[in-house]
Every structure is written in structure tokens, then in C-alpha cells.
Design a protein around this ligand. Sequence first.
Ligand code: VGL
Ligand code: ZN
Length: 209
Amino acid sequence: MEKINESKALVIVDVQYDFLPGGALAVSEGDEIIPVINELQEKFDLIIATQDWHPESHQSFASSHLGKTPGDLIDLHGLDQILWPDHCVHYTKGAQFAAELNQTSWDSIFQKGKNPEVDSYSGFFDNARRGDTGLGDYLQSKGVKQVYIVGLAQDYCVKFTALDSQSLGFETYLVTDATRPVNLSEKDGDLALNEMKTAGIHLIESGEL
Ligand code: VGL
Ligand code: ZN
């Protein structure tokens, strides 16, 4: 397959067991994107993965707050925080990448969510926009101009990664058949698509690449 020139990077967001069917924070049909991503990878010379990587007792976990359950909303150090089931606890199986996902051509992995006091949906910055994973500088140092985003979940980590990518000046593409929403509310996935489109992110299908 023809490789796209090197100014393009593929960013694979959080394709980890806890976000797949049977996982702690399962995205329905999340597994269906894996073959699509594997085929897409052949078209990129630069491939990056992000990995949600939380310590036990992360403050985004409902279990860290007495009397709270997943889906509850709290104020966490001044930021709205949705509380999640325990997920992607570092070094556990749930935090591992799906074995079916081809990892042989990956150039780098950026972990996020390590600070227990702040959640981190984006692969670039934490939700307070203080912590920086280094992904932006890394892409810049490689001469990347266009960033293609795939992975989970469309309405959280994919959306915020795409919005940060676009705001950092990368021409950003969301590959819509290579992502799925968690849909805490049934319209969340569609709302996320609209939000990304409004921000100037290109919505494309894998067949267009
Ligand atoms: C994610 C909620 C909490 C995601 C990660 O990868 O979309 N969502 N942590
Ligand atoms: Zn998380």
C-alpha cells in the first residue's frame, strides 16, 4: 500500500482492554475499530499511541469518593469531573493495548492520567491544561503538519485529543469509522462530532485515505 508522506501522523487513542467490550469502561462495538486501524496503519510512516494510565485511587474514580457512583459529577480542584468506574489502572490487564491491534510499527507511546489529582482526556494536556505529555513537541520535532485521530472514546479522549491537536496548529482529521463513543447520554457521540467539526477538524472515513 502507498505510504502517505511523512508530514502526516496517525494518533491511536486509548485502544485498551478496559475500553473494549467486557472491559471496566466498555465502549460498545469498540473492538470493531481494530481491523480498521490496522489497515490504516499501513498508510502512515509515523504512528503514535496514547495510553490511559492511572494510579490506583485516581480522583476520577467514583471509588475514590465516599458515597459516589460512576456517572456522578463532582468538582475536582475547580474542574467539573465525571466519575468513572476504576479503569486503566497502571500495569493491569485493563490498561494494556488490545493484542489484536498491530503495534509493530509504532514510533512512540504517550501515557496520560498519571497525576491522581487531575483527569486527562487529551493525549496532549491534562484537563487543567497544566500537565503536558510532550506529544505536541514530539509531533512538531518530526515535522508533522497533519494529524489523523482514531480510537476510543469518540466523546471523551478522542474528542479532546483532536481539539488540542487542532488548537496547536496541526491540520486535524478524525477518521469516523475508526472511533466509537461511550455515549453516557445517547447523543454524546453525535454532539462530539459536531463540536469537532465546528472547531475546523475534518471528518473523514478510512476509505478516503
Ligand atoms: C477515557 C474516560 C476516562 C477515554 C479515559 O479514553 O475516552 N474516558 N478515561
Ligand atoms: Zn481514564
